[in-house]
Design a protein around this ligand. Structure first.
Ligand SMILES: [Zn+2]
Ligand SMILES: [Zn+2]
Length: 267
């Protein structure tokens, strides 16, 4: 199988990943990939925002690490991306980030649903327990819809991340999903199929099969990501991800270069 590019992987600059981009690249080559993209957690306007991202001053080092990986592995295409947290009000900050380097793509991700509640953080389970899951899922998808409509991102990361710890709402969430997917389709932004969910408590790819079926109905395009935080996770479960995409009717995936998109057949 010719793998679609793995566009979601991290570096030690975010303080919770191991391995340099060159190590991720070596693993990708060993697995038969022809392209990968690094997408570490973006800096925020304040370096003390939280403890799981690079500082503003790390961006130069980040780009240098990607250049070093390119030099070490010239037979692999290695893209310079970023996983950017979307929070309403930070649009100008994100535009500023975009102007600083020759990025290939930005993944827009929502981790924060309100204040300092990052819903995928195991230290915040007490916040989940204080709230009704439907309230959290609603807030999450409202922000995700804003991210999709913002024009700031090429693809949206792990779109049902709110299922990570299995706090599932009793209510039907189809309307939330449809509103988000309409925004993706209207703004021509892709949806990431992210295999990290298989390694979390929810034991399911982000987003779920039924979500992907809805996405297909909305004619949304897709990207793939392992969300690797170690070289051994590069391309993790990609056969499952590609199989799921094909079963749900997808025929192409998106390749990026210099923030331009090209559609590539899934094979
Ligand atoms: Zn991470
Ligand atoms: Zn993320």
């Amino acid at each position: 199988m010719k793998w679609p590019s793995d566009y979601h992987m991290h570096t030690p600059l975010c303080h919770h990943a191991v391995g340099e981009p060159a190590d991720y690249a070596a693993q990708a080559l060993a697995l038969g990939f022809s392209e990968i993209g690094m997408s570490d957690h973006s800096p925020m306007p304040r370096d003390d925002w939280d403890d799981w991202r690079m500082a503003q001053s790390d961006l130069v080092d980040y780009a240098a690490k990607v250049s070093a990986a390119r030099a070490a592995h010239p037979s692999l295409s290695i893209l310079l991306g970023l996983e950017v947290d979307f929070i309403p009000g930070l649009e100008e900050w994100i535009k500023g980030l975009a102007s600083r380097f020759d990025w290939d793509y930005f993944i827009g991700s929502v981790h924060y649903v309100s204040g300092d509640f990052d819903l995928d953080n195991p230290k915040k389970l007490s916040e989940w327990k204080k709230r009704d899951p439907f309230e959290v899922w609603s807030l999450y998808f409202q922000r995700l819809t804003q991210a999709a409509s913002s024009g700031l991102f090429e693809t949206i990361g792990h779109a049902d991340l709110c299922k990570k710890f299995c706090f599932y709402p009793k209510e039907d969430c189809t309307a939330l999903f449809n509103t988000f997917l309409e925004a993706l389709a209207d703004c021509d932004v892709a949806l990431e199929i992210n295999t990290a969910g298989l390694r979390k408590e929810c034991r399911e790819i982000y987003p779920s099969p039924s979500f992907l079926k809805l996405a297909r109905k909305h004619r949304v395009h897709i990207t793939f990501g392992s969300d690797a935080h170690a070289p051994s996770e590069v391309g993790a479960n990609f056969s499952d991800a590609v199989g799921l995409a094909q079963e749900t009717g997808f025929t192409h995936w998106c390749r990026f270069k210099g923030r331009q998109r090209e559609l590539v057949p899934l094979s």
